[in-house]
Design a protein around this ligand. Structure first.
Ligand SMILES: [Mg+2]
Length: 226
């Protein structure tokens, strides 16, 4: 009997991939208007390379961008880029349509709800607050707190300890097969993959390990299994 339901945040509760691109493009265009000597395409390509190198949770992408272009940091351009990125991102922040009703349903059924997320604790809380979701969750556990990222079992264990729940009575809902699903299964939790299709390699992994994984394209569909 499942008692606790844990969620990933990005691309599980809300659509992050779509708006991140728009926010980055807007930031770059403002920097170009203020003197960044690149075309929009060139600057976007360079920013994407930096994000790939440093990871999306690194908070100095624009610093590095100006350093690579000018040989030194340009504080005004960095500030313009950061402010525009955040303003556009938060203006576009939207839940998946079925997220609120799904969380309300799970609460009404008596489940304890938690978050297990790679990222910086304050930033993840900020997203939940801006999305109006923070009241739903008893615990939010991040890679920053755990000192390791998903799929390392220590982050899942920390979340279970904080929730006071056993792995076999818990389920993880997430959009990344390796991080969310394999991580949860390895520690003995159940899991549902959302907003993602299984690759041939992932299907093979499941077959080899004799795992039947539920996959849904809409977060609203998880309630069939809970
Ligand atoms: Mg995710």
């Amino acid at each position: 009997m499942i008692k606790a339901v844990f969620f990933d945040i990005d691309d599980t509760l809300y659509d992050t991939s779509g708006f991140a691109r728009l926010a980055r493009k807007a930031a770059i265009n403002v920097m170009i208007d203020a003197g960044l000597p690149l075309s929009s395409d060139e600057a976007y390509k360079l920013l994407k390379e930096i994000i790939k190198e440093k990871g999306s949770n690194y908070d100095k992408h624009f610093n590095i961008l100006t350093r690579r272009v000018f040989g030194e940091e340009k504080p005004l351009l960095i500030a313009l880029g950061m402010i525009t990125y955040h303003n556009v991102k938060f203006a576009l922040l939207r839940l998946f349509p079925k997220t609120p009703s799904t969380l309300i349903y799970l609460k009404s059924k008596g489940y304890h709800l938690g978050v297990i997320s790679d990222g910086i604790t304050i930033k993840q809380w900020e997203k939940l607050i801006r999305l109006g979701l923070h009241h739903f969750f008893d615990e939010v556990v991040t890679s920053e707190e755990a000192g390791v990222a998903k799929p390392d079992e220590r982050i899942f264990q920390l979340a279970l300890n904080r929730m006071g729940c056993q792995a076999k009575k818990s389920i993880m809902i997430g959009n990344k097969f390796n991080k969310d699903i394999v991580g949860a299964l390895n520690i003995g939790m159940s899991a549902i993959l959302v907003n993602s299709e299984l690759t041939p390699d992932e299907k093979e992994y499941l077959e080899e390990n004799n795992i039947e994984l539920n996959v849904v394209s809409n977060i609203g569909d998880i309630i069939e299994f809970l």
